[in-house]
Design a protein around this ligand. Structure first.
Ligand SMILES: [Zn+2]
Length: 84
């Protein structure tokens, strides 16, 4: 067996399997990827694509970094535009 790759979160195999059954993770090239609830794209479980969320069962934010950042920036832009 190959070694477990260095995921951002420490997700147990049982959790991964449960998430795959629910359609929240997919297995791509033998590696689990998490599906973003915002953009519906799947991304590898690394800090490049996800923020950590310790209270979550999957230890990651439910949105990928791209969605999270774009929403945050959009909000900030809207706030600035609305108040000035
Ligand atoms: Zn996304």
């Amino acid at each position: 067996m190959k070694p477990v790759i260095d995921y951002l979160p420490e997700i147990s195999q049982a959790v991964i399997e449960r998430q795959v059954r629910r359609g929240k993770f997919i297995i791509a090239d033998d590696e689990p990827e998490k599906v973003c609830t915002q953009c519906d794209e799947s991304w590898p479980l690394t800090s490049e694509f996800w923020y950590g969320e310790s209270s979550s069962q999957t230890k990651t934010h439910s949105w990928c970094k791209g969605c999270y950042l774009s929403t945050r920036y959009a909000k900030r832009r809207a706030k600035r535009g609305g108040n000035e």
